[in-house]
Unconditional design. Sequence first.
Length: 241
Amino acid sequence: MARDVVLLHGFTHTGASWNPVVAALGESYRALVPDIRGHGSAGEREPVTLEAVIEDVAELAPARFTIVGYSMGGRLALHAALAPALAARIDRLVLIGASPGIADPAERSARRKADDALADEIDRMTIEQFAERWARTPVLAGQPPEVAAAIHADRLRNQPAGLARALRGLGTGALPSLWEQLPEIGAPVKLIVGERDEKFTVTAVEMARGLPDADAVVVPGAGHAVHLEAPERVAAVIREG
C-alpha cells in the first residue's frame, strides 16, 4: 500500500513545484500537492487565512500522513502539526528551509508592515514583473540556471492579486511565532537545509534544540530551494520515515 504524503509549497510557488520530488518518491507514495490559497488554481479562493488553509489540509489529508513543507509551506506545516484537527493525524514532518516565525513582537510587527507594503506593490504589477523581482531575493541567489528557470515558470502560474492576499494573510509577519510551542510537537521532524542557505541552517539548528524529536539534514551545495536543487535527496529523507 502506498504511503500518504502532503506537500506544501512555498510563497510564489504552486503544487506543481513538487513534481521532481514526487517523481523521485515513485509509486510507494501517494503524494497530495495542493495549491495553497492565493496561489495557482487556488489563487482566487478566499479568505486567505491560516485557519482556512488548515481546514483545507484537514479536508484533503487522509487519516494518517507525513507532511512536507518548503519555506512558507514549512511554516504552515508547523501550524498544522499544532492544530487540533490535524496534530494526531501527522506521523512525521519534513521541513525544508523553514522557520517557526519571528519571535520578537516588534520585529514581527515591522515585518508585517513591510509585507503589507510589498503586497500593495504586487497588486500593481504584472505576474511577469513580480516573478523577475522576486527572483532577485537574496535568499534565492546562486540557484542553478535550470532550477531558476523551472521556478520562474512555476511562478507564472500565479496571479498578482492572489499572491498579494497570500502575503497579507500567510506571510511571516502575519502569522504568530511558534518558537515557544515547538516542544508541543510530538511527531518526529526532519529539518532539511541547503549548505549555501546560511540563515536557515542556523534556524534549523535552533529549531532542533526546541523540538522533542528532530534533527537537521544539511544538503551539500544546495541553496534555499533544496527540493528543486536536490529532489532525490529530499525524497530519500521522506522515505527514511
